[in-house]
Write a new protein. Structure first.
Length: 272
């Protein structure tokens, strides 16, 4: 549901706007030119001397690439009703999106894929994920809502099975740090601090191998031997619902022929 608008002083909006502008490392002139307004007007909006129109708030938020959830906060700070609804994932309005996620996950088999929300809580997985989690020692990590990053780097999770743990850990922490910078999400900041505190190999690449020429691989020990993956991330292209805008699908592809063969053999054995 969209919350009702509540009056707010213009200066509150200005503080929010200035914070996002600085987070994006833009000067007032840079943002004013991009939004096609005068620098003076932008300065007045930030100082509280001018109250922006609703359309102006939306335009500035778009230029700053502010997440939909935070765009609502920006609108509220300016005294306007939020624009973007947030429905539960099981809402009837999101049925087509749920079906799309399921089709992508199932269509990616026999290779693993999972859908996560903005905090990396796992929303859904395909059948290829479960066998990779069989060796996890601390089963409580799998209790819903399981967190994909915690599951990967926790010493009781996948970490002992990751051959190149140092390299993969560095990749995930860098990725999460970029997400924190882009979203200003306090829960993600706490997650980043937690993950950084986990035991880690002394070097970025624990196996001494040279970095992949195309992507950082995930190398896992498994009963079928060492499996190597590269991953892609899929998001919805033009979401106007907050929940939908925060869903990401991580799909893992075999990085070598041995992994491709091993997963196809496992699938064939399971189907027999």
């Amino acid at each position: 549901m969209i919350a009702a608008a509540s009056p707010a002083p213009a200066a509150a909006f200005g503080d929010h706007l200035r914070s996002w502008r600085r987070r994006r490392r833009l000067s007032q002139l840079d943002l004013a030119l991009d939004a096609e307004i005068s620098q003076k007007h932008l300065s007045f909006c930030e100082s509280g001397r001018a109250r922006p129109s609703r359309d102006m708030v939306v335009r500035l938020a778009e230029r700053l690439e502010i997440p939909l959830r935070e765009r609502n906060a920006l609108l509220l700070a300016a005294g306007y009703a939020p624009l973007y609804p947030e429905r539960p994932l099981d809402a009837p309005e999101l049925a087509a999106a749920r079906e799309a996620v399921a089709l992508v996950l199932e269509g990616h088999e026999p290779y693993p894929a999972l859908a996560v929300d903005r905090h990396w809580s796992i929303l859904a997985t395909n059948a290829a994920v479960a066998p990779l989690l069989d060796g996890i020692a601390e089963r409580a990590l799998l209790a819903p809502p399981a967190n994909a990053l915690r599951l990967s780097l926790h010493p009781g999770g996948l970490a002992p099975m990751i051959v190149n743990l140092g390299e993969w850990r560095a990749h995930l922490l860098e990725r999460l740090a970029r997400q924190v910078a882009a979203s200003a999400d306090e829960a993600l900041e706490r997650l980043l601090e937690e993950l950084r505190a986990y035991p880690a190999p002394p070097h970025p690449r624990s196996d001494g191998a040279e970095r992949s020429a195309i992507a950082v691989p995930l190398r896992l020990r498994s009963p079928a031997g060492e499996l190597a993956f590269i991953s892609t991330v899929t998001v919805f292209g033009t979401p106007t619902d907050i929940t939908l805008s925060e869903i990401a699908i991580e799909a893992f592809f075999p990085a070598d022929e041995a992994t491709k063969r091993a997963l196809r053999v496992d699938r064939a054995a399971g189907a027999a």
